[in-house]
Ligand binder design. Sequence first.
Ligand SMILES: Nc1ncnc2c1ncn2[C@@H]1O[C@H](COP(=O)(O)OP(=O)(O)O)[C@@H](O)[C@H]1O
Ligand SMILES: [Mg+2]
Length: 308
Amino acid sequence: MDAAAVQVDNLVKSYGAHPAVRGLSLRVERGELLALLGPNGAGKTTTIEICEGFRRADSGQVRVLGLDPIADARALRPRVGVMLQEGVGAYTGARTSELLRLFASYAANPLDTDELLARVGLQDSARQQVRRLSGGQKQRLSLALALVGRPELVFLDEPTAGMDPHARRATWDLIRELRRDGVSVVLTTHHLDEAEQLADRVTVVDSGQVVAAGTPAELTSSGAEGQIRFRAAAGLRLDSLQVALPVGAQASEPQRGQYLVVGEINPQLLATLTAWCAAQGVLAEQLSVERRSLEDVFLELTGRQLRT
Ligand SMILES: Nc1ncnc2c1ncn2[C@@H]1O[C@H](COP(=O)(O)OP(=O)(O)O)[C@@H](O)[C@H]1O
Ligand SMILES: [Mg+2]
């Protein structure tokens, strides 16, 4: 049987006294796209740089295509594509197409470099020096460099950072094509929509730890679940509201004066809530019925916004 694309068990990594990854585990099946979702500083880059073999773990186990990223680096290099967060900054003197052809020359069976340049929208920049490319263009070149060797597995660290909306859509399409071709993909992002749009599974990380994992639908309980949000005076008697609500619905006050009822949202639940408010003399303001998003899940899990 094939090993998993990536298997990380109890990974720990500190920079000096500063813990960056604190006992993180995750698994990516072959052909699956995993989004590693978390705010800046969560430990995403550290985790994938260890998987790429660029950093050594303090402890824990990492297997990439069944191999050790450092000890088996030579065997892994032709099979794994890497898009670094810092991009192509080191190669400022080279021209776009030269750099891509150089990377292609390392691969046994590379993609056609002109075609690939066109697919990432850089055909008109082929003769430009890399240092003259815009931030978004450098990102797209970096993506092309990761893909040119037809890898079985790609690591994409914030692949759409710095891209305009059009380039971002095009990049999403390219990533979807990879998945359709059976390539395993690990991407990091702090964009919830990116994770929801692309990922088979999402691992939510915060402060170097996994705080939730599952499919986007599982994480947002997108079946019949949703939420009602409203504002009112702080400190409402939630125990009394909870008794009034149907079984399965959950009331909370995530921030002072802001209330949340999570559960199967139907007219009955809304009527029960507003009747309780009326009985308590509470005016619920800005009441809204919403589908739960990953943003909501993240806020509940960590008490923080993904992007501050
Ligand atoms: N080379 C480094 N030296 C010291 N601290 C670092 C280094 N790289 C990252 N860190 C710290 O480790 C933590 C995790 O960083 P990182 O893995 O880059 O997170 P993310 O990619 O999720 O933003 C952060 O607090 C960051 O400041
Ligand atoms: Mg990062």
